[in-house]
Design a protein around this ligand. Structure first.
Ligand SMILES: Nc1ncnc2c1ncn2[C@@H]1O[C@H](COP(=O)(O)OP(=O)(O)O)[C@@H](O)[C@H]1O
Ligand SMILES: [Mg+2]
Length: 276
């Protein structure tokens, strides 16, 4: 029998530990992503990662649990779909925060996309918008607070029983939009009953990868669409909604709001928790 290298046992143990962590075999996770996931897991002391709770067009979400029993939502963006590539090009174009980004290969575009969602979450969270707290991002992986109980995610607004859909929830969502625009100077851009989780009766805004600065070319159009989506949802359920135009003019009152009163370089220079 060939002699084993001295660190064989150690390596073997580490491999088994990694596989234990990620018991659910997932064929959509490629080797590189798996290794990156292990780096993220070690950083956050994750002890378990569970099967995906959602596979969208651009990403999958996995619940993870750390050594203290805290749950995280791990969003892993697909690295190779043409769709994600198109989306990244569409949404990072014209966003001054990502102007210098290399837009060559898909993997780097997706990493940029991941960073963009992380940064949007961070800026919204800092502006007290009710979003999951973002923790770290690495390559195509983003980790945020898990909204739900014990790894069971909270229902989406669209999944909520009719009697739990109230006027105060509607007003709360308008308040989140207001904080996003006035505080974070960002427009969600894909807001609807599909991107709001309701936990303990409180709406949490999610899925902010496409969110863009208010000063972007199409931001007011995107904002209008967001408000219309929310108004449609609540109006269909018998709730008296504010007229879209009057909500928008109250919100944007100042005609100079297009540049949000913000200069190109006023963004925070902090390190956005990227693992180096
Ligand atoms: N922080 C979170 N906590 C719990 N569940 C989440 C969280 N983020 C996303 N999810 C679940 O995963 C789904 C997909 O996430 P989302 O960010 O909307 O990605 P996409 O719509 O692009 O696939 C959501 O509809 C929700 O069910
Ligand atoms: Mg979504």
């Amino acid at each position: 029998m060939p002699k084993r290298p001295p660190d064989f046992k150690k390596k073997e143990e580490k491999r088994r530990k990694d596989e234990d962590l990620f018991k659910v075999v997932d064929s959509t996770i490629d080797y590189t992503t798996f290794n990156n996931l292990m780096i993220v897991s070690r950083k956050l002391n994750l002890e378990e990662i569970f099967g995906s709770i959602s596979s969208g067009k651009e990403a999958k979400i996995y619940p993870g649990k750390d050594s203290k029993g805290k749950f995280y939502a791990i969003k892993i963006f697909y690295v190779s779909t043409a769709q994600s590539k198109r989306a990244v090009q569409k949404y990072t174009k014209g966003d001054y925060r990502f102007e210098e980004a290399k837009t060559g290969n898909t993997r780097s575009l997706i990493e940029l996309w991941t960073k963009k969602e992380f940064r949007n979450l961070r800026e919204m969270y800092d502006a007290k918008v009710r979003v999951p707290e973002p923790y770290i991002f690495y390559k195509n992986i983003l980790v945020m607070d898990f909204i739900g109980d014990n790894g069971i995610r909270a229902p989406l607004l669209r999944e909520l029983p009719e009697d739990e859909i109230t006027e105060s929830m509607y007003l709360d969502i308008l308040e989140q939009i207001t904080k996003m625009v006035r505080g974070a100077k960002l427009v969600h851009g894909d807001l609807s009953e599909y991107n709001i989780l309701v936990f303990d009766n409180l709406p949490y805004i999610i899925d902010v990868s496409q969110s863009t600065p208010l000063e972007n070319e199409n931001s007011i159009e995107m904002l209008r669409k967001d408000v219309e989506n929310i108004n449609r949802f609540f109006a269909d359920r018998g709730i008296e909604v504010q007229e879209t135009n009057s909500f928008l003019s109250n919100l944007l009152g100042d005609p100079n709001v297009h540049n949000g009163g913000r200069s190109k370089n006023s963004g925070s220079q902090q390190d956005y928790s990227e693992i180096k």
